[in-house]
Design a protein. Structure first.
Length: 254
């Protein structure tokens, strides 16, 4: 009795395709201008559709060719270009977290027997109930490292916010005394989809809780950044005109 392998139009075993969707989506996300990618598998384990979200740096036709070439070179998968759909958004519109964030809960668990520390930070949008972003960091028990552990947990929580797309990295946490007050400073890096790196700086008064202040400084850095983004958008003359007309319409309706 002989066994057969179904390769179809894919160029590889369909079972292999189904088992490696996450790796293929990760490969597509590394392509130029790509923000998100989703692969839809059919009932036979083959690729039914590929959906790609990109910036405007490359045309849809270029993106489709990039996807085709990447899958062919890495996985020997040959996908009909008609199965690949591309949606594009402006880079300026990528970071639009409607609500600023605040800390809901911070917690630090220490196991001196096992020598392990576990920091947990939960965030929630201002004026939006029921939405919680949770981050966790676990590592070796090093008391002097606990402020960094809490800051890392805060960054992990922020990276679960869909609009931020896991692009935040903690660079440094540093204590500082100014005006007779102890302050925690946090420096973060945000890698934009066009690969430009932006530095984010935040601060928080220690007030007897250095661990909580470290998490707050991280959140402050992102909130400050979002405020700047809002101001920048409001200074756009076209956007200001649109908002002005909308405001006038709403006041008339009232």
């Amino acid at each position: 009795m002989t066994s057969t392998s179904t390769k179809g139009w894919l160029g590889m075993d369909e079972g292999t395709v189904e088992n490696n969707v996450e790796q293929m989506e990760a490969l597509i996300r590394r392509l130029p201008a790509v923000l998100r990618s989703t692969i839809v598998i059919n009932d036979w384990g083959g690729i039914e559709e590929i959906h790609v979200l990109t910036t405007l740096e490359r045309t849809p036709k270029q993106v489709v060719r990039d996807v085709e070439s990447a899958l062919s070179a890495e996985w020997n998968i040959h996908v009909d270009h008609k199965r690949i759909s591309v949606a594009q958004i402006r880079t300026d519109d990528i970071v639009k977290v409607r609500q600023y964030l605040m800390i809901r809960e911070v917690n630090l668990d220490v196991d001196t027997v096992e020598g392990i520390s576990r920091a947990v930070v939960e965030l929630e949008p201002v004026n939006e109930d029921g939405v919680v972003y949770r981050g966790e960091w676990t590592g070796r028990y090093v008391p002097s490292h606990h402020t960094v552990a809490m800051a890392q947990a805060a960054v992990h929580a922020l990276n679960t916010v869909p609009e931020l797309m896991e692009h935040l990295v903690l660079l440094e946490v540093r204590p500082l005394e100014i005006g007779g007050q102890k302050v925690i400073l946090a420096a973060l890096s945000y890698l934009e989809p066009n690969h430009r790196e932006e530095l984010l700086i935040g601060s928080a008064l220690e007030a007897g809780d250095a661990h909580g202040a470290a998490a707050q400084a991280v959140v402050d850095a992102v909130n400050r950044w979002m405020i700047r983004a809002d101001v920048k958008r409001s200074e756009d003359p076209i956007l200001a005109l649109i908002l002005g007309r909308r405001g006038a319409k709403e006041s008339t309706e009232d």
